[in-house]
Design a protein around this ligand. Structure first.
Ligand code: SAM
Length: 199
């Protein structure tokens, strides 16, 4: 089953499944990462639109997702927001010209995209040279014990959410041609991290 079909199926209950991480962790990370942005923002894999309330009004936000079901949920949150555009689109084939955005945002997305390197190269292409990638992501830990646990739960997470626990996201970001500006460990040692990078 493709990631899009999986997310179409779980869209009605996604926010409920996510709640044990959203309430204690994600909510404050989202606010901290997004509340200072301005200009043209592309959010890749916007899901149910949980980040939308954190963007300042001077941001013009384009949110894309390849799951119609998730995008419909985001549409409910975007109602009445004139600065938000939502589009059904594949992160691996972004339909925007080069140098279009001041920021590209991904939150808990690079773990689900089929080919994250391809998607990251697309994100780099559509970012202005002065722009910035802001990512809140989980990845394979450098701690061998935690990494082993991630290896064990990986097949279940993939089955349930199309989620890969064993990705080397910092390496992928560098390989896509970005220069890392900041890496901040957020939780579970270095599993959840905030990454800022320049194209
Ligand atoms: C774990 S959810 C995270 C949703 C949201 N970013 C958040 O922070 O709550 C991953 C999202 O990425 C989307 N996604 C996965 N692969 C994608 C792709 N190739 N193109 C666009 N969206 C994709 C899924 O449909 C899903 O909505």
């Amino acid at each position: 089953m493709s990631a899009a079909s999986k997310y179409n199926r779980i869209a009605p209950i996604y926010e409920f499944i996510d709640l044990p991480l959203e309430l204690p962790y994600f909510r404050k990370w989202r606010k901290e990462a997004l509340s200072g942005l301005s200009g043209r923002v592309l959010e890749v894999g916007i899901g149910t639109g949980r980040n939308l309330k954190h963007y300042p009004l001077n941001c013009s936000v384009t949110g894309i997702d390849n799951s119609k079901g998730m995008l419909e949920k985001a549409g409910e949150k975007a109602k009445g927001k004139k600065n938000v555009t939502l589009l059904l689109m594949d992160a691996e084939h972004l339909e925007f010209p080069d140098n279009s955005f001041d920021y590209v945002v991904t939150t808990f997305v690079l773990c689900t995209i089929r080919d994250p390197l391809k998607a990251l190269k697309e994100m780099r292409r559509v970012l202005k040279p002065s722009g910035e990638l802001i990512a809140l992501e989980h990845m394979h830990s450098s701690d061998p014990f935690i990494a082993r646990l991630e290896d064990i739960i990986n097949p279940f997470m993939f089955f349930l959410l199309g989620d890969h626990m064993t990705r080397h996201t910092v390496k992928d970001i560098k390989e896509a041609g970005f220069t890392i500006q900041e890496i901040k460990n957020l939780a579970f040692r270095d599993v959840f991290r905030k990454i800022r990078a320049k194209p």
